[in-house]
Design a binder for this molecule. Sequence first.
Ligand code: HEC
Ligand code: HEC
Length: 399
Amino acid sequence: MLFLMKRLFIYFTFLTILVISCKKLTPKLPEDHQILEGPIKGLTAAEQDQFLKGDIGFGAVFTPQNGLGPIFVANSCASCHAGDGKGHPFTTLTRFGQTDSTGNQFVQLGGPQLQNRAIPGYSPEIIPSGATSSKILPPANTGLGYLDAVSDQDLLLMSDPNDADADGISGVPNWVNVPAYCQFRANAISMNGKHMARFGKKGAAYDLIQQTANAYNQDMGINSTYESIDTYRKQPVEPEVSNTTLQNVVFYLKTLKAPVQRNANDADVIAGKQIFMSTGCDKCHRAELKTGSSPIKVLSNITFHPYTDLLLHDMGPALDDNYTEGSAKTSEWKTPALWGLGLSKKSQGGSYFLMHDGRAHSIDEAIQLHGGEALQIRLAYGNLSMTERDQLLKFLESL
Ligand code: HEC
Ligand code: HEC
């Protein structure tokens, strides 16, 4: 009996040591504010279920057997949008063939997107002679549901096409023809049959269904009932992804949480935010927007902080790459959201690749590239003291 108790004692001591050391060995999960992945808090059980299904769809890898190609750029959404963060120069897309609002002149020759890879037996595309092209880096995919739920009315209130307030900054929506499979937002605003789009670097995709159906079709050669024209055969083919899967992926995008600011109470960060506002960065990178009503309750009537106005701005000749979409000019870009900026290095291999093509290797470099409508604000940035500049950069890193 004593022997057995002794054995048991040794056994339990061993077990306790094991449990303690395991706790030490198991790496701590990263905290919520340190990563971009994960759903918005407060989803219903059914919504969480659809989020998970969408997450699986987002990560699904396509092969020639289940529809990849014949010509394509990558084989899964997640390969370009790793951890839902910003992409790397290795994962850029190249688009070509449109220089004004009359549309893409090279659709028959493979435009608008270059499919630079092909499955065995097929030839990848090359940029046709005479077409100008642009390289764009994948943006982060976080908080898109909030941006999607901002009303057209609110966007129009921020736009100032004729610069009525004479601050040098206009801001216009990208007016596009919306494909029949998209559903208009409540109280959608139209002009000559065109509607206000908001996704993509040129803001040319109306909603997340269009963005997603196009990504399947153009990036992976996966056709759906929404975008059924095969990029290689240039004719409608059988769907290779179901509407249910595509809708689940859209739901996943809509319910990915917004990035959480870090060190918000740090004195320098607080001072930096004030400098951001007083320098005029907020004229385009709007600190606060609100959603309208949404069938997804957690997205309904919410105030949030994306640092974008979702509008197009002429950024001057240095950022004009002679390619465009919708009604945007070649030098116009949609103001990118700045939330998650400080976390973007994580998905970019440890260093920054900012602006549409990743040409800026630091936040300071990105600001120095601002021209056109942003010229006065960039000059104001140049006039800040070293301390003020450091505080502004600390604030931007905290986003
Ligand atoms: C080859 C790389 C690549 C693949 C694969 C890819 N994307 Fe993208 N994604 C990009 C790039 C580059 C952009 C910017 C495109 C633009 O400006 O129109 C983008 C833009 C987006 C946006 C717009 C975000 C915003 O802020 O406006 C969404 C949403 C998106 N992708 C979702 C997806 C989904 C869903 C898939 C899979 C079905 C996918 N992407 C596949 C590279 C990729
Ligand atoms: C006139 C509108 C406008 C103003 C004012 C403005 N920006 Fe921007 N900003 C943009 C646009 C548009 C881009 C994207 C340009 C591109 O991709 O080539 C951008 C890009 C950026 C980027 C890179 C983001 C990324 O994800 O690559 C940062 C950082 C940034 N701005 C910070 C600032 C700061 C700080 C200020 C104030 C000193 C400021 N901006 C003022 C419109 C503006």
